[in-house]
Design a protein around this ligand. Structure first.
Ligand SMILES: *[C@@H]1O[C@H](CO)[C@@H](O)[C@H](O)[C@H]1NC(C)=O
Ligand SMILES: *[C@@H]1O[C@H](CO)[C@@H](O)[C@H](O)[C@H]1NC(C)=O
Ligand SMILES: *[C@@H]1O[C@H](CO)[C@@H](O)[C@H](O)[C@H]1NC(C)=O
Ligand SMILES: *[C@@H]1O[C@H](CO)[C@@H](O)[C@H](O)[C@H]1NC(C)=O
Ligand SMILES: *[C@@H]1O[C@H](CO)[C@@H](O)[C@H](O)[C@H]1NC(C)=O
Ligand SMILES: *[C@@H]1O[C@H](CO)[C@@H](O)[C@H](O)[C@H]1NC(C)=O
Ligand SMILES: *[C@@H]1O[C@H](CO)[C@@H](O)[C@H](O)[C@H]1NC(C)=O
Ligand SMILES: *[C@@H]1O[C@H](CO)[C@@H](O)[C@H](O)[C@H]1NC(C)=O
Ligand SMILES: *[C@@H]1O[C@H](CO)[C@@H](O)[C@H](O)[C@H]1NC(C)=O
Ligand SMILES: *[C@@H]1O[C@H](CO)[C@@H](O)[C@H](O)[C@H]1NC(C)=O
Ligand SMILES: *[C@@H]1O[C@H](CO)[C@@H](O)[C@H](O)[C@H]1NC(C)=O
Ligand SMILES: *[C@@H]1O[C@H](CO)[C@@H](O)[C@H](O)[C@H]1NC(C)=O
Ligand SMILES: [Cu+2]
Length: 569
């Protein structure tokens, strides 16, 4: 991807300078072909679902405020949907993508065109399948350049590069999650992590294809790191090179100079890297940040090589970066706590100070009772998960249609609780009565324009860990985090309302809390879920329905002429 992208980037940057004034929003067209493709990794070949036969899939490049039409042709074996992660899609939930939330799957042999509407996002986002576990191999980068006539809030970099962290499973990912749901046990762990689709030198049979990023001495690059890993938050570093993080989730932050980052699934970071070391080769590497208790995971390290152009003798030993240890919560915290919005005149923040809708929400791993202890999870039961003790059940027709047409017919209930139904000692001795959740498709209704505050509370039930919570349709401000139980009296006093980061995914600390705020100015049906894929599958999800305002401009747009039909397969 490297060289091609760099050219595109220079050309687009040039075009940007030729247009002055406000961008009117260019329109881009892409065709994506979903197809089975044979890939060889870790000494074995298997067929995976891809877009256009590549892993990662094609990059979408736009300027701020543009629109992209993506015509998705499904030539695979099963129905799939795509999601444009972090793109707010004002008034346009029809193109958001989560399966049976905003649409039914695009069936094999059919196509559907997404209209992806960019607004104030600037930096890096990504797209991925949003159907069961297909996102493992169906994902790619979205690069949003500054609008025509504007520039970065830092010196224009010489070129850009994208690094997508991913997971590789030897087994079929769809079978893996089906098997886990059937047995009630944890899904099989991945066999490798990848950088731009390649596991790298630390895995057998992978060193011939290790990803190489070719750099020129003296140049400064804008490195776009995307965590597309299925089930783990990740540390990432480059040997001998300092990272200057300048944006997260397509929103600028105050530059952070660091030797490593912690990035959760769903998050993206834009990082300035200057190739200022002796011309040679250096490893970049990534492995999990895993503070979970009772969680099995892949504890391996993916790597790629930063290779300087020029004549030099190959190093006998390529320097390897020092990554924090897997369970190093302090290292994760130290990095995360440094992130603050740029909050400049050109890139202001707009945190709601008046709150109309407040939700206190517990996150938990639970058990679903199996008759005669016939399952393979804890106590002979099946693993489940929940928000406010409700384990989300995905309906078989999409919630958006049911809501929009006013034909609910029991597809969903509007009774998602706005506080834990039965308070308990969340982060301590949780007691046995917290293990079994309720199951249902419960959503929360929110008034258009409301100031919304959500306090996520981690719990100590069964398997506490850090949960990367993601909300569709919005970016939100992370105004506070802390350890232990959120305290109504003291915790809000620690809020940052001056320069909180504006993001779409946040890691809620293990047995701790995180508070987010946003203005409900985007009418629609918006999925909210943990971005660890197994937790999503187990039910750590809900839906926020933001009602229409009182004008056309504050209401959901009419649906496109064609939406994929919901079948009763
Ligand atoms: C994907 O493949 C189709 C068919 O070959 C092609 O028309 C399309 O341009 C490709 N899309 C991208 C983004 O490369
Ligand atoms: C993938 O490999 C299998 C087994 O070798 C083969 O039968 C199949 O035709 C291949 N598929 C493609 C798309 O090349
Ligand atoms: C399907 O693709 C065809 C040809 O590319 C296009 O004309 C048509 O509008 C597409 N249909 C949908 C529903 O996107
Ligand atoms: C999961 O792992 C087990 C044990 O290695 C193996 O027997 C099983 O086939 C795997 N399942 C899938 C779907 O790959
Ligand atoms: C890959 O590893 C094998 C076995 O250790 C070694 O023989 C080979 O030279 C290596 N290839 C590269 C490109 O490093
Ligand atoms: C990389 O950093 C290590 C540790 O600081 C140092 O020992 C080594 O000399 C550096 N390598 C190069 C090529 O600069
Ligand atoms: C993970 O692997 C590293 C070495 O790569 C090792 O030091 C560490 O103990 C392992 N951690 C766990 C929990 O297995
Ligand atoms: C975390 O930051 C503190 C204060 O800056 C420092 O003393 C400590 O060494 C850091 N720990 C890690 C693991 O980075
Ligand atoms: C979505 O609904 C379809 C039927 O329209 C069903 O086959 C599919 O399993 C559902 N997807 C999920 C994730 O529940
Ligand atoms: C909560 O549980 C912890 C650990 O068991 C205990 O130390 C603490 O006293 C409990 N708090 C309350 C309010 O019961
Ligand atoms: C809690 O559940 C465990 C496992 O089912 C059981 O062994 C234990 O006795 C229960 N404790 C209480 C206080 O009910
Ligand atoms: C429409 O809603 C806005 C707030 O979103 C409010 O200020 C305004 O008064 C409302 N207008 C009418 C006619 O209800
Ligand atoms: Cu989770």
């Amino acid at each position: 991807m490297g060289n091609c992208n760099n050219m595109d980037f220079l050309v687009l940057a040039l075009v940007g300078f030729l247009f002055l004034g406000k961008a009117n929003g260019a329109i881009h067209y892409y065709d994506f072909v979903l197809q089975e493709t044979n890939f060889t990794r870790l000494c074995s070949t298997k067929s995976i679902l891809t877009v256009n036969g590549t892993l990662p899939g094609p990059t979408i490049t736009v300027h701020r405020g543009d629109t992209a039409f993506i015509n998705v042709h499904n030539q695979g074996y099963y129905g799939v949907t795509l999601h444009w992660h972090g793109v707010k899609q004002p008034r346009n939930p029809w193109s958001d993508g989560p399966e049976n939330i905003t649409q039914c799957p695009i069936q094999p042999g059919t196509n559907f065109t997404y209209e992806v509407i960019f607004s104030n996002e600037e930096g890096t986002l990504w797209w991925h399948a949003h159907s069961d576990w297909t996102r493992a191999t169906v994902h790619g980068a979205i690069i949003i350049l500054p609008a025509a006539g504007t520039t970065y809030p830092f010196a224009t970099p010489d070129a850009q590069e994208t690094v997508i962290l991913g997971s590789w499973f030897k087994g079929d990912v769809m079978e893996i999650i089906e098997e886990a749901i059937a047995t009630g046990d944890e899904p099989n762990i991945s066999d490798a992590f990848t950088i731009n689709g390649q596991p790298g030198d630390l895995y057998s049979c992978s060193n011939e294809t290790t990803y190489r990023w070719i750099v020129d001495y003296g140049k400064t690059y804008l490195l776009k790191v995307i965590n597309a890993v299925m089930n783990a938050e990740q540390f990432f570093a480059i040997a001998n090179h300092t990272l200057t993080v300048v944006a997260q989730d397509a929103s600028y932050i105050k530059p952070i100079t660091t030797s490593y980052i912690m990035i959760t699934p769903g998050q993206t970071m834009d990082i300035l890297v200057t190739a200022n070391q002796p011309p040679s080769q250096y490893y970049m590497a990534s492995h999990p940040f895993m503070d979970g208790v009772n969680v099995s995971y892949n504890n391996s390290t993916t790597s790629a090589i930063v290779q300087y152009n020029g004549n030099y003798s190959s190093p006998s030993i390529i320097p390897f970066p020092t990554l924090p240890a897997e369970a190093d919560e302090t290292a994760a915290d130290n990095f995360t706590k440094k992130i603050r919005a740029l909050a400049s005149k050109e890139h202001p923040i707009d945190v709601p100070l008046e709150i109309h809708s407040r939700i206190y929400m517990t996150l938990a791993i639970n058990e679903r009772i199996c008759a005669n202890s016939s399952c393979e999870g804890p106590d002979g039961n099946a693993l489940a998960s929940s928000l406010n003790n409700v384990s989300f059940v995905t309906p078989s027709v999409d919630i958006l249609q049911a809501y929009y047409r006013g034909s609910n017919n029991g597809v969903y209930r509007t009774s998602f609780p706005n506080r834990p139904p039965n308070p308990f000692n969340y982060t301590g001795d949780v007691g046995n009565n917290t293990i079994y959740p309720n199951f249902g498709t419960r959503v929360r209704m929110i008034k258009y324009g409301a100031g919304v505050e959500i306090m996520f509370q981690g719990t100590n039930i069964i398997a506490p860990e850090n949960h990367p919570m993601h909300l569709h349709g919005f970016s939100f401000y992370l105004v506070g985090t802390g350890s232990g139980i959120f305290d109504r009296r003291t915790s809000p006093k620690t809020y940052n309302l001056v320069d909180p980061p504006e993001v779409n995914t946040i890691g809620v600390p293990k047995n701790g809390w995180a508070t987010i705020r946003f203005t409900a100015d985007n009418p629609g049906v918006w999925f909210m879920h943990c971005h660890l894929e197994r937790h999503t599958s187990w039910g750590m999800d809900t839906v926020l329905i933001v009602r229409n305002g009182n004008t056309t401009e504050t209401s959901i747009r009419p649906p496109p002429a064609y939406m994929p039909p919901c079948s009763k397969s």
